[in-house]
Design a protein around this ligand. Structure first.
Ligand code: CA
Length: 468
């Protein structure tokens, strides 16, 4: 009897010693939905107000070229969790579920001795796995008084969704198992459509005219029919889909030529207000880390599942392969490792997040991941063999947009459309960063076009991805 108690104690002591083994820092992973880099102050935005994300960038590193490999919510989340492209992780469209038992970075960190939690938007259809605690919005979730499923139990949570998520995250941090390092995912619904503004942000931007992007009225001259033929334009289509139910018709006294600009003002103010609620939540959690003396021991990341059009090319939403859609904000503060104010120009991808966090946590990544740890870049190293191009593949068919594939290098982009006119576009990002001059039929760019097609095929073959 005594002997078995001793054995029992010994093994529990051993397992607690093993559990305390991870030497990596705590991790707070802020992940929002549809938060465009061009609306974040640290990325040079003149319109967004994001003082807390900006503070993270000042105190850490900002990735200038982070992209998603499939610009849509659920697939990008699956890429982030698994480190794999969509055709391999099984989540190609918003309708696909993350397979049960999928190997994800939270699961690996938990197995390595971290205590793990996710609070907020999950959106991967199946119940979260690999977490000691989970409290997630069902599906897209609601902005006001959201239901949340907490470790399998559905509860109504009064309040504004960004504040509810932040409060729950702080409560978990306070009550966490302090014998282990933690990995906490704080995943916001905002600023996803339908941009329902919280009480604290309602007065922001009131009476202000927000500057329009210079190509809000892009006429798509020289571009493909594919990018003209869908329904994701700022103006009447956006109003009908997202605002009409709550706000009624566009007033009859808005002249037709002014409709796009008028809707843009409504859209951008509400979008920026929703994003500000996420930023406020970041600030509250940074304050909590400080009060619990965790700042120096905690790696903090801010990112979002993809980019978003804020009126560029007259568009809203994502999906397309233009810069505003595929660019993800990525800011990392890693005290004692990353020099404050670092800007990293190397190309990072959403499939890099999992290998990075597994690496930071001192665990072993499974073989065959498509992504690569960003930790060397965060330590100030510049690996000579870092990627200079990536393959993009979008699968979903909705709103008149269908499959897309393409390649982006550090200087050029080739896009092939698998719908409408099945056309192609190529841009020189050095001379045309707004992607207004399609060079696909330009004789002066013929040689580059051939090289880009070869690079696309090479990367596609390397990944084993299905072509269009
Ligand atoms: Ca999204």
């Amino acid at each position: 009897m005594t002997r078995s108690i001793i054995l029992c104690l010994t093994s529990s002591l051993l397992s607690s010693i093993h559990a305390a083994a991870p030497s990596g820092p705590n991790i707070v992973f802020f992940f929002s939905d549809d938060h465009a880099a061009q609306s974040i102050g640290a990325y040079g935005s003149k319109i967004g107000r994001t003082p807390n994300i900006d503070r993270l960038a000042r105190e850490g590193a900002l990735f200038e070229n982070c992209f998603c490999v499939n610009s849509i919510c659920v697939p990008s989340r699956a890429c982030v969790l698994t480190g794999l492209y969509s055709h391999t992780n099984g989540v190609r469209t918003n309708a696909d579920a993350l397979p049960k038992g999928a190997v994800t970075f939270p699961r690996i960190l938990r197995d390595a001795g971290y205590t793990t939690a996710i609070i907020g938007k999950w959106h991967l259809q199946t119940e979260p796995e690999g977490f000691d605690h989970w409290s997630v919005l069902p599906g897209q979730g609601a902005y006001f008084d959201p239901a949340m499923i907490e470790d399998g139990v559905r509860r109504k949570c009064p309040g504004y969704v960004s504040e509810v998520i932040t409060e729950k995250a702080v409560a978990w941090l306070k009550a966490r198992d302090r014998s282990k390092p933690f990995c906490l995912l704080v995943q916001h619904k905002a600023p996803h459509a339908n941009w329902e503004v919280g009480p604290r942000e309602r007065p922001m931007f009131e009476g202000e005219m927000i500057p329009e992007p210079e190509n809000l009225r892009d006429d798509f001259a020289g571009r493909t029919e594919a990018v003209r033929s869908h329904r994701l334009f700022v103006g009447r289509p956006q109003w009908e889909l997202h605002f009409k139910k709550r706000f009624g018709d566009i007033p009859a006294d808005v002249p037709e030529p002014d409709v796009r600009g008028w809707v843009y003002q409504k859209y951008i103010r509400d979008y920026l207000r929703c994003a500000a609620s996420v930023d406020a939540g970041v600030g509250q959690i940074l304050d909590y880390l400080e009060s619990d003396r965790l700042t120096d021991k905690t790696l903090v990341i801010y990112s979002s599942d993809q980019g978003f059009f804020l009126g560029e090319h007259g568009l809203y939403d994502k999906r397309l392969m233009y810069e505003e859609s595929i660019r993800m904000p990525l800011v990392v503060r890693w005290p004692g490792v990353t020099r404050a104010g670092t800007r990293i120009g190397e190309m990072a991808l959403n499939v890099d997040f999992a290998p990075t966090l597994i690496d930071v946590g001192g665990a072993n990544a499974p073989g065959g991941l498509h992504g690569r740890s960003l930790a060397p870049l965060l330590r100030g190293e510049r690996p000579g063999d870092w990627r200079t191009a990536f393959y993009y593949r979008f699968y979903e068919e909705a709103y008149g947009i269908g499959p897309i594939e393409g390649v982006r290098t550090m200087t050029h982009k080739l896009i092939r459309y698998g719908f409408a006119d099945r056309g192609a576009e190529m841009y020189d990002l050095r001379t045309d960063p707004k992607e207004m001059r399609n060079l696909i039929s330009d004789p002066s760019a013929a040689a580059v076009s051939v090289e880009m097609s070869k690079e696309l095929a090479r990367l596609r073959d390397q990944l084993g991805a299905p072509g269009l």
